[in-house]
Write a protein that binds this ligand. Structure first.
Ligand code: ZN
Length: 419
Protein backbone atom coordinates (compact mmCIF):
# COMPACT_ATOMS: atom_id res chain seq x y z
CA UNK A 1 0.00 0.00 0.00
CA UNK A 2 1.32 3.47 -0.75
CA UNK A 3 1.42 6.27 1.81
CA UNK A 4 3.00 9.71 1.94
CA UNK A 5 6.61 9.98 3.03
CA UNK A 6 7.18 11.51 6.43
CA UNK A 7 9.99 14.02 6.73
CA UNK A 8 11.50 12.21 9.72
CA UNK A 9 13.01 9.17 7.93
CA UNK A 10 16.62 9.47 6.81
CA UNK A 11 15.96 8.50 3.18
CA UNK A 12 12.84 7.21 1.49
CA UNK A 13 12.29 5.98 -1.95
CA UNK A 14 9.59 4.91 -4.34
CA UNK A 15 9.82 3.43 -7.78
CA UNK A 16 7.21 5.19 -9.90
CA UNK A 17 7.67 2.74 -12.73
CA UNK A 18 10.13 -0.06 -13.41
CA UNK A 19 9.49 -2.52 -10.55
CA UNK A 20 8.39 -5.17 -13.03
CA UNK A 21 8.95 -3.77 -16.49
CA UNK A 22 11.75 -2.76 -18.82
CA UNK A 23 11.47 0.88 -19.83
CA UNK A 24 9.85 4.00 -18.45
CA UNK A 25 12.06 4.00 -15.35
CA UNK A 26 11.47 6.65 -12.70
CA UNK A 27 12.57 6.61 -9.06
CA UNK A 28 11.82 9.29 -6.45
CA UNK A 29 14.13 9.76 -3.47
CA UNK A 30 13.15 11.86 -0.45
CA UNK A 31 15.22 13.09 2.47
CA UNK A 32 14.57 15.88 5.00
CA UNK A 33 11.48 16.96 3.08
CA UNK A 34 13.34 17.45 -0.19
CA UNK A 35 13.37 15.13 -3.16
CA UNK A 36 15.04 14.20 -6.42
CA UNK A 37 13.90 12.06 -9.31
CA UNK A 38 16.25 9.59 -10.91
CA UNK A 39 15.27 9.18 -14.56
CA UNK A 40 11.93 10.12 -16.12
CA UNK A 41 11.50 7.52 -18.80
CA UNK A 42 8.94 6.83 -21.48
CA UNK A 43 7.50 3.29 -21.54
CA UNK A 44 9.14 1.41 -24.42
CA UNK A 45 5.91 0.65 -26.27
CA UNK A 46 4.52 4.19 -25.97
CA UNK A 47 3.43 5.56 -29.38
CA UNK A 48 5.89 8.24 -30.55
CA UNK A 49 4.30 11.67 -30.77
CA UNK A 50 1.51 10.92 -28.24
CA UNK A 51 1.24 12.83 -24.95
CA UNK A 52 1.91 10.65 -21.90
CA UNK A 53 0.64 11.21 -18.37
CA UNK A 54 3.53 12.44 -16.18
CA UNK A 55 4.12 11.09 -12.67
CA UNK A 56 2.63 12.97 -9.75
CA UNK A 57 5.47 14.56 -7.82
CA UNK A 58 5.42 17.43 -5.31
CA UNK A 59 7.25 19.91 -7.53
CA UNK A 60 7.62 22.51 -4.73
CA UNK A 61 10.15 20.26 -2.95
CA UNK A 62 11.71 18.69 -6.07
CA UNK A 63 15.39 19.75 -6.28
CA UNK A 64 16.31 18.19 -9.62
CA UNK A 65 15.79 15.38 -12.08
CA UNK A 66 18.89 13.24 -12.62
CA UNK A 67 19.06 11.43 -15.95
CA UNK A 68 21.36 8.39 -15.80
CA UNK A 69 21.71 8.17 -19.60
CA UNK A 70 20.23 9.40 -22.86
CA UNK A 71 17.84 6.55 -23.67
CA UNK A 72 14.17 7.40 -24.26
CA UNK A 73 13.04 4.91 -21.61
CA UNK A 74 15.06 6.96 -19.07
CA UNK A 75 14.55 10.61 -20.20
CA UNK A 76 11.49 10.55 -22.52
CA UNK A 77 9.04 12.06 -20.00
CA UNK A 78 11.15 15.21 -19.47
CA UNK A 79 8.95 17.45 -21.67
CA UNK A 80 6.03 16.74 -19.30
CA UNK A 81 7.88 16.99 -15.98
CA UNK A 82 8.18 20.04 -13.65
CA UNK A 83 10.77 22.61 -14.75
CA UNK A 84 13.63 21.86 -12.36
CA UNK A 85 17.37 21.48 -13.11
CA UNK A 86 18.17 18.40 -15.20
CA UNK A 87 21.42 16.82 -14.02
CA UNK A 88 23.17 14.51 -16.50
CA UNK A 89 26.46 13.87 -18.30
CA UNK A 90 27.63 16.67 -20.61
CA UNK A 91 27.99 14.45 -23.69
CA UNK A 92 24.61 12.79 -23.03
CA UNK A 93 23.07 16.27 -22.79
CA UNK A 94 24.67 17.37 -26.10
CA UNK A 95 23.42 14.18 -27.78
CA UNK A 96 19.85 14.88 -26.62
CA UNK A 97 20.14 18.51 -27.80
CA UNK A 98 21.36 17.32 -31.21
CA UNK A 99 18.63 14.67 -31.47
CA UNK A 100 15.69 16.80 -30.26
CA UNK A 101 14.87 18.55 -33.57
CA UNK A 102 14.65 15.16 -35.31
CA UNK A 103 12.25 13.72 -32.72
CA UNK A 104 8.42 13.83 -32.86
CA UNK A 105 7.98 14.75 -29.17
CA UNK A 106 8.39 18.33 -27.83
CA UNK A 107 11.99 19.32 -26.97
CA UNK A 108 12.85 18.54 -23.33
CA UNK A 109 14.16 21.05 -20.79
CA UNK A 110 17.85 20.15 -20.57
CA UNK A 111 19.37 22.91 -18.43
CA UNK A 112 21.20 21.98 -15.29
CA UNK A 113 24.63 20.99 -13.99
CA UNK A 114 26.67 18.19 -15.58
CA UNK A 115 27.56 14.90 -13.96
CA UNK A 116 31.32 14.35 -14.04
CA UNK A 117 32.69 10.82 -13.53
CA UNK A 118 33.39 10.13 -9.83
CA UNK A 119 32.95 13.80 -8.80
CA UNK A 120 30.33 14.22 -6.06
CA UNK A 121 27.74 16.93 -6.66
CA UNK A 122 25.47 18.33 -3.92
CA UNK A 123 21.76 18.60 -4.77
CA UNK A 124 19.72 19.81 -1.78
CA UNK A 125 20.38 17.30 1.02
CA UNK A 126 21.70 14.71 -1.45
CA UNK A 127 25.30 14.06 -2.36
CA UNK A 128 25.36 12.37 -5.78
CA UNK A 129 28.49 10.61 -7.06
CA UNK A 130 28.25 9.42 -10.68
CA UNK A 131 30.19 6.40 -11.95
CA UNK A 132 30.65 6.28 -15.71
CA UNK A 133 29.63 2.81 -16.95
CA UNK A 134 29.65 0.70 -20.08
CA UNK A 135 26.26 0.77 -21.86
CA UNK A 136 24.81 1.04 -25.36
CA UNK A 137 24.00 4.69 -24.59
CA UNK A 138 27.00 7.00 -24.62
CA UNK A 139 27.91 8.77 -21.34
CA UNK A 140 25.86 6.51 -19.02
CA UNK A 141 26.18 6.61 -15.23
CA UNK A 142 25.49 4.55 -12.15
CA UNK A 143 24.78 6.79 -9.14
CA UNK A 144 25.73 6.73 -5.48
CA UNK A 145 23.18 8.84 -3.57
CA UNK A 146 23.96 9.79 0.03
CA UNK A 147 21.77 11.70 2.50
CA UNK A 148 21.29 11.68 6.24
CA UNK A 149 23.76 8.83 6.74
CA UNK A 150 22.10 6.50 4.20
CA UNK A 151 23.77 5.21 1.04
CA UNK A 152 21.81 4.20 -2.03
CA UNK A 153 23.39 2.83 -5.22
CA UNK A 154 21.39 3.02 -8.47
CA UNK A 155 22.97 0.91 -11.21
CA UNK A 156 21.22 2.61 -14.12
CA UNK A 157 21.59 0.53 -17.29
CA UNK A 158 25.01 -1.01 -17.74
CA UNK A 159 26.94 -3.91 -19.22
CA UNK A 160 30.43 -5.33 -18.81
CA UNK A 161 31.06 -6.73 -22.29
CA UNK A 162 31.17 -3.55 -24.40
CA UNK A 163 34.01 -1.26 -25.48
CA UNK A 164 34.14 0.38 -22.05
CA UNK A 165 33.90 -2.78 -19.90
CA UNK A 166 37.00 -1.62 -18.00
CA UNK A 167 34.86 1.01 -16.24
CA UNK A 168 32.59 -1.65 -14.75
CA UNK A 169 35.48 -4.02 -14.00
CA UNK A 170 37.10 -1.16 -12.06
CA UNK A 171 33.85 -0.43 -10.16
CA UNK A 172 33.56 -4.12 -9.23
CA UNK A 173 37.21 -4.29 -8.15
CA UNK A 174 36.91 -1.24 -5.85
CA UNK A 175 33.23 -0.70 -5.07
CA UNK A 176 31.83 1.98 -2.75
CA UNK A 177 31.37 0.46 0.73
CA UNK A 178 28.45 0.30 3.17
CA UNK A 179 25.64 0.35 0.64
CA UNK A 180 22.25 0.24 2.35
CA UNK A 181 20.20 -0.30 -0.80
CA UNK A 182 21.16 -1.29 -4.34
CA UNK A 183 18.55 -0.57 -7.02
CA UNK A 184 19.76 -2.90 -9.77
CA UNK A 185 18.62 -3.24 -13.38
CA UNK A 186 17.90 -6.79 -14.59
CA UNK A 187 17.04 -6.53 -18.28
CA UNK A 188 18.70 -9.81 -19.24
CA UNK A 189 17.08 -11.91 -16.47
CA UNK A 190 14.67 -14.12 -18.37
CA UNK A 191 16.16 -13.11 -21.72
CA UNK A 192 19.61 -14.64 -21.37
CA UNK A 193 20.39 -17.86 -19.50
CA UNK A 194 22.58 -17.56 -16.47
CA UNK A 195 25.63 -19.28 -18.01
CA UNK A 196 25.66 -17.48 -21.35
CA UNK A 197 28.58 -15.25 -22.25
CA UNK A 198 27.51 -12.33 -24.46
CA UNK A 199 29.42 -11.42 -27.62
CA UNK A 200 31.74 -8.45 -27.40
CA UNK A 201 31.77 -5.53 -29.85
CA UNK A 202 35.00 -7.01 -31.26
CA UNK A 203 33.14 -10.27 -31.97
CA UNK A 204 30.57 -8.22 -33.89
CA UNK A 205 33.38 -6.46 -35.77
CA UNK A 206 34.58 -9.91 -36.98
CA UNK A 207 31.06 -10.95 -37.94
CA UNK A 208 30.33 -7.73 -39.82
CA UNK A 209 33.69 -7.91 -41.61
CA UNK A 210 32.79 -11.41 -42.83
CA UNK A 211 29.40 -10.19 -44.06
CA UNK A 212 30.91 -7.13 -45.76
CA UNK A 213 33.46 -9.35 -47.58
CA UNK A 214 30.88 -11.85 -48.81
CA UNK A 215 28.23 -9.32 -49.84
CA UNK A 216 28.67 -8.12 -53.41
CA UNK A 217 26.35 -5.13 -53.10
CA UNK A 218 25.37 -2.47 -50.62
CA UNK A 219 25.31 -3.42 -46.92
CA UNK A 220 22.38 -1.83 -45.06
CA UNK A 221 22.80 -1.82 -41.30
CA UNK A 222 19.84 -1.17 -39.07
CA UNK A 223 21.46 0.20 -35.92
CA UNK A 224 20.57 2.98 -33.52
CA UNK A 225 22.19 6.28 -34.51
CA UNK A 226 22.81 6.81 -30.79
CA UNK A 227 24.54 3.48 -30.12
CA UNK A 228 28.02 4.96 -30.44
CA UNK A 229 29.81 1.70 -29.53
CA UNK A 230 28.00 -0.01 -32.40
CA UNK A 231 28.76 2.77 -34.89
CA UNK A 232 32.44 2.43 -33.94
CA UNK A 233 32.18 -1.34 -34.53
CA UNK A 234 30.60 -0.83 -37.96
CA UNK A 235 33.23 1.77 -38.86
CA UNK A 236 36.04 -0.62 -37.86
CA UNK A 237 34.54 -3.37 -40.02
CA UNK A 238 34.41 -0.83 -42.89
CA UNK A 239 38.12 -0.01 -42.44
CA UNK A 240 38.99 -3.73 -42.46
CA UNK A 241 37.03 -4.42 -45.64
CA UNK A 242 37.59 -1.21 -47.62
CA UNK A 243 33.99 -0.02 -47.34
CA UNK A 244 32.82 3.50 -46.48
CA UNK A 245 30.30 4.01 -43.71
CA UNK A 246 27.40 6.17 -44.90
CA UNK A 247 25.46 8.24 -42.34
CA UNK A 248 22.62 10.73 -42.63
CA UNK A 249 22.63 14.19 -41.01
CA UNK A 250 21.01 12.90 -37.80
CA UNK A 251 23.73 10.32 -37.19
CA UNK A 252 26.47 12.77 -38.24
CA UNK A 253 25.22 15.24 -35.64
CA UNK A 254 25.01 12.60 -32.89
CA UNK A 255 28.62 11.54 -33.60
CA UNK A 256 29.66 15.20 -33.44
CA UNK A 257 27.76 15.74 -30.16
CA UNK A 258 29.92 13.15 -28.36
CA UNK A 259 32.70 15.75 -28.47
CA UNK A 260 35.11 12.81 -28.46
CA UNK A 261 37.98 13.14 -30.99
CA UNK A 262 38.35 9.33 -31.15
CA UNK A 263 34.78 8.74 -32.37
CA UNK A 264 34.39 8.63 -36.20
CA UNK A 265 33.11 11.88 -37.70
CA UNK A 266 31.49 12.78 -41.02
CA UNK A 267 34.76 14.22 -42.39
CA UNK A 268 36.94 11.14 -41.64
CA UNK A 269 38.34 8.78 -44.24
CA UNK A 270 35.92 5.96 -45.04
CA UNK A 271 32.99 8.08 -43.82
CA UNK A 272 30.37 9.75 -46.03
CA UNK A 273 27.22 11.81 -45.60
CA UNK A 274 24.16 10.98 -47.68
CA UNK A 275 20.76 12.65 -47.20
CA UNK A 276 17.52 10.74 -47.83
CA UNK A 277 14.74 12.69 -49.51
CA UNK A 278 12.56 13.01 -46.41
CA UNK A 279 15.48 14.44 -44.44
CA UNK A 280 16.23 16.91 -47.25
CA UNK A 281 12.72 18.32 -46.76
CA UNK A 282 13.27 18.46 -43.00
CA UNK A 283 16.53 20.36 -43.51
CA UNK A 284 14.82 22.85 -45.82
CA UNK A 285 11.80 23.38 -43.56
CA UNK A 286 13.98 23.93 -40.49
CA UNK A 287 16.80 25.84 -42.26
CA UNK A 288 19.50 23.47 -40.97
CA UNK A 289 21.83 24.66 -43.73
CA UNK A 290 24.77 25.43 -41.45
CA UNK A 291 24.68 21.91 -39.97
CA UNK A 292 24.43 20.44 -43.46
CA UNK A 293 27.39 22.51 -44.67
CA UNK A 294 29.46 21.48 -41.66
CA UNK A 295 28.97 17.76 -42.41
CA UNK A 296 29.15 17.89 -46.21
CA UNK A 297 32.90 17.62 -46.91
CA UNK A 298 32.37 13.95 -47.85
CA UNK A 299 28.81 14.13 -49.11
CA UNK A 300 27.70 11.49 -51.61
CA UNK A 301 24.47 10.87 -53.56
CA UNK A 302 22.48 7.65 -54.03
CA UNK A 303 22.47 7.58 -57.84
CA UNK A 304 25.89 9.07 -58.43
CA UNK A 305 27.79 7.04 -55.80
CA UNK A 306 25.82 4.20 -54.15
CA UNK A 307 24.47 2.90 -57.47
CA UNK A 308 27.88 3.10 -59.23
CA UNK A 309 29.79 1.21 -56.59
CA UNK A 310 27.37 -0.38 -54.08
CA UNK A 311 29.90 -2.94 -52.79
CA UNK A 312 32.04 -0.07 -51.46
CA UNK A 313 29.48 1.20 -48.97
CA UNK A 314 27.82 0.24 -45.66
CA UNK A 315 24.83 2.46 -44.96
CA UNK A 316 23.31 3.11 -41.51
CA UNK A 317 19.77 2.25 -42.48
CA UNK A 318 16.33 3.39 -41.34
CA UNK A 319 12.91 2.86 -42.93
CA UNK A 320 12.95 6.32 -44.53
CA UNK A 321 15.77 5.11 -46.81
CA UNK A 322 13.65 2.52 -48.66
CA UNK A 323 12.28 4.77 -51.40
CA UNK A 324 15.56 6.59 -52.04
CA UNK A 325 17.53 3.37 -52.46
CA UNK A 326 14.93 1.91 -54.74
CA UNK A 327 14.82 5.00 -56.94
CA UNK A 328 18.61 4.97 -57.19
CA UNK A 329 18.51 1.29 -58.28
CA UNK A 330 21.39 0.38 -56.00
CA UNK A 331 20.01 -2.76 -54.31
CA UNK A 332 21.42 -5.53 -56.54
CA UNK A 333 23.29 -7.95 -54.29
CA UNK A 334 22.51 -5.87 -51.19
CA UNK A 335 22.01 -7.28 -47.69
CA UNK A 336 20.23 -6.08 -44.56
CA UNK A 337 21.95 -6.41 -41.19
CA UNK A 338 19.71 -6.00 -38.16
CA UNK A 339 22.02 -4.72 -35.43
CA UNK A 340 19.51 -4.14 -32.64
CA UNK A 341 17.72 -6.29 -30.06
CA UNK A 342 15.99 -9.14 -31.91
CA UNK A 343 12.72 -8.40 -30.05
CA UNK A 344 12.30 -5.36 -32.34
CA UNK A 345 11.85 -7.75 -35.26
CA UNK A 346 8.25 -8.24 -34.09
CA UNK A 347 7.54 -4.49 -34.42
CA UNK A 348 5.14 -3.64 -37.31
CA UNK A 349 7.68 -1.10 -38.63
CA UNK A 350 10.21 -3.87 -39.00
CA UNK A 351 7.67 -6.14 -40.69
CA UNK A 352 7.33 -3.53 -43.48
CA UNK A 353 11.08 -3.35 -43.90
CA UNK A 354 11.36 -7.14 -43.91
CA UNK A 355 8.67 -7.52 -46.59
CA UNK A 356 10.51 -4.91 -48.68
CA UNK A 357 13.81 -6.79 -48.21
CA UNK A 358 12.32 -10.15 -49.16
CA UNK A 359 10.73 -8.76 -52.31
CA UNK A 360 14.18 -7.70 -53.44
CA UNK A 361 15.84 -10.99 -52.53
CA UNK A 362 18.23 -9.36 -50.08
CA UNK A 363 20.04 -11.54 -47.53
CA UNK A 364 19.31 -10.96 -43.83
CA UNK A 365 21.75 -11.07 -40.92
CA UNK A 366 21.18 -10.52 -37.19
CA UNK A 367 24.38 -9.08 -35.63
CA UNK A 368 23.95 -7.75 -32.13
CA UNK A 369 25.04 -7.94 -28.53
CA UNK A 370 23.02 -6.66 -25.59
CA UNK A 371 23.49 -3.21 -24.07
CA UNK A 372 22.78 -4.83 -20.69
CA UNK A 373 24.83 -6.86 -18.25
CA UNK A 374 24.58 -10.65 -18.44
CA UNK A 375 23.15 -12.43 -15.37
CA UNK A 376 26.73 -13.35 -14.40
CA UNK A 377 27.84 -9.70 -14.53
CA UNK A 378 24.77 -8.58 -12.56
CA UNK A 379 25.80 -11.07 -9.89
CA UNK A 380 29.41 -9.78 -9.94
CA UNK A 381 28.28 -6.21 -9.29
CA UNK A 382 25.74 -7.21 -6.62
CA UNK A 383 28.35 -9.35 -4.83
CA UNK A 384 30.94 -6.56 -4.96
CA UNK A 385 28.56 -3.92 -3.57
CA UNK A 386 27.13 -6.37 -1.01
CA UNK A 387 24.12 -4.17 -0.16
CA UNK A 388 21.90 -4.63 2.90
CA UNK A 389 19.01 -4.88 0.42
CA UNK A 390 18.87 -5.34 -3.35
CA UNK A 391 15.80 -3.87 -5.04
CA UNK A 392 14.97 -5.05 -8.58
CA UNK A 393 14.19 -2.54 -11.34
CA UNK A 394 14.08 -2.51 -15.16
CA UNK A 395 13.20 -6.20 -15.45
CA UNK A 396 10.23 -8.27 -16.55
CA UNK A 397 11.18 -10.97 -14.06
CA UNK A 398 11.92 -9.38 -10.64
CA UNK A 399 11.56 -12.83 -8.99
CA UNK A 400 14.67 -14.02 -10.87
CA UNK A 401 16.89 -11.62 -8.91
CA UNK A 402 16.90 -14.33 -6.22
CA UNK A 403 19.26 -16.27 -8.52
CA UNK A 404 21.90 -13.52 -8.30
CA UNK A 405 21.70 -12.31 -4.70
CA UNK A 406 20.40 -13.44 -1.30
CA UNK A 407 19.06 -10.14 0.09
CA UNK A 408 16.50 -9.22 -2.56
CA UNK A 409 13.58 -7.07 -1.46
CA UNK A 410 10.90 -6.39 -4.05
CA UNK A 411 8.96 -3.11 -3.90
CA UNK A 412 5.99 -2.46 -6.15
CA UNK A 413 5.59 0.63 -8.33
CA UNK A 414 4.29 3.54 -6.23
CA UNK A 415 5.17 2.03 -2.84
CA UNK A 416 7.22 4.22 -0.45
CA UNK A 417 9.91 2.45 1.56
CA UNK A 418 12.71 3.43 3.85
CA UNK A 419 16.32 2.90 2.79
ZN1 ZN B 1 19.54 2.23 -21.53
Amino acid sequence: MSHSPSTIGAMKLRIHRGANEIGGSCVEVESAGERILIDAGMPLNFPLGASPKPFEVDSSTLCAIIISHAHLDHYGLLPWMPLVPVVMGGAGRRILQAAAPFMPQPPPNLSGPDLVNRQPIQIGPFSVTPFLVDHSAYDAYALLIEANGKRLFYSGDFRAHGRKHGLVDHLIASPPANIDALVLEGTTLGRMDSASIPSTEDDLDDELSRIFRTTGGLALIQASGQNIDRLVTIYRACLRTGRTMVVDLYTAMILEATGNPRIPQSDWNHMALCIPHRQRIQIKNNCWFEALRRHSSRRIYPKKHLAKNPGKYALIFRGLWMRDLERAECLDGACLVHSQWKGYLADPRFKDIDAWRQQRGMAFHQVHTSGHASPADLRRLATALSPKALIPIHSEFPERFDTIHSRVVRHADGEWWEV
